[in-house]
Design a protein around this ligand. Structure first.
Ligand SMILES: NC(=O)c1ccc[n+]([C@@H]2O[C@H](COP(=O)([O-])OP(=O)(O)OC[C@H]3O[C@@H](n4cnc5c(N)ncnc54)[C@H](OP(=O)(O)O)[C@@H]3O)[C@@H](O)[C@H]2O)c1
Length: 257
């Protein structure tokens, strides 16, 4: 595999790692960051999808700008070694984006531990395994940017998929705690809470107000540049969730939202 092109004669390229880059929001983040000049490490389980995306990006940029690292975030023991490999290949990491997520179908009266466990592992434990490594490095560098793709689902426990809500809430709170720790070292932590997005994840469930991943990524890149702390995307979800968060429990538990 050719060495990653991380430098141009006049400038040093920004370098980003995307965990969960093989489809949907993660793949679109890779495309738009490549257009913005980033060198990229792309991680997810499906090696073929990652390679197709890297080939597309490298063909468009005309140089080896993206490289793939097939990885399952639930293989926690592999994370420290792979992180060192990424550092070696990229030479430096400026931005780390955790996108990986799963949303198995859960019936209204279903309590399936295996599904809940998978969501907790991918959304929370995998994120902790990776972001612990990243936070240690960025704190030492006194620089860097962490982006976590959470969800509006993190804001309240809803009737439809308790495991999804709870695992995203855990991830969201972990990101907030990292931000509170790392801000004092100059590290930026951005929490992104998208509403429904048209990706393979929502192919079967659908949803109100669905937007394309391009919209979520465009808003995310703007929030990264502005060093915003929390982003609801599209923006209407900020106001919708302000209302939803304040619905009294006595009413909320009767709703199917
Ligand atoms: N779509 C929505 O409506 C919506 C709304 C709010 C938030 N989100 C969040 O946005 C993020 C991206 O979702 P998406 O909508 O773009 O869906 P998607 O197309 O299904 O993308 C999910 C990504 O996560 C990766 N992933 C899943 N399990 C993994 C594992 N064990 N190890 C490594 N990577 C894993 C997948 O790659 P592999 O399968 O190749 O491993 C894929 O790249 C998720 O965190 C999701 O919860 C989505």
């Amino acid at each position: 595999m050719p060495a990653l092109n991380t430098d141009t004669p006049l400038s040093s390229r920004p370098r980003a790692v995307i965990v969960g880059a093989s489809s949907g929001i993660g793949a679109e983040l890779a495309r738009q960051l490549a257009r913005d000049g980033y060198a990229l490490a792309l991680l997810a389980r499906r090696a073929d999808e990652l390679q197709t995306l890297a080939d597309e990006i490298n063909a468009q940029t005309g140089e080896p700008r993206a490289r793939c690292y097939p990885h399952d975030v639930t293989h926690y023991a592999a994370v420290p070694g792979l992180f060192q490999q990424l550092l070696h290949d990229l030479k430096r990491i400026d931005t780390f984006i955790y996108v990986a997520g799963v949303m198995p179908n859960v019936a209204f009266s279903e309590y399936a531990f295996e599904k809940d466990k998978l969501m907790a592992e991918v959304h929370l434990l995998g994120a902790m395994a990776w972001l612990g490594q990243v936070a240690t490095l960025f704190e030492r560098m006194k620089a860097g940017q962490i982006v976590g793709i959470s969800s509006v689902a993190a804001d309240r426990g809803r009737v439809k998929n308790p495991g999804y809500n709870a695992s995203k809430a855990g991830f969201d709170t972990y990101l907030e705690a990292l931000r509170n720790r790392l801000t004092r070292s100059g590290v930026h932590v951005l929490t992104v809470r998208p509403g429904p997005v048209d990706t393979p994840m929502t192919k079967e469930v659908g949803g109100l107000f669905m937007v394309p991943p391009e919209k979520v990524v465009c808003d995310t890149l703007r929030a990264m540049r502005r060093r915003q702390q929390v982003l609801y995307t599209p923006a209407r979800w900020r106001w919708i969730m302000l209302i939803v968060r304040n619905i009294p429990s006595v009413i909320f538990r009767r709703l199917n939202f």
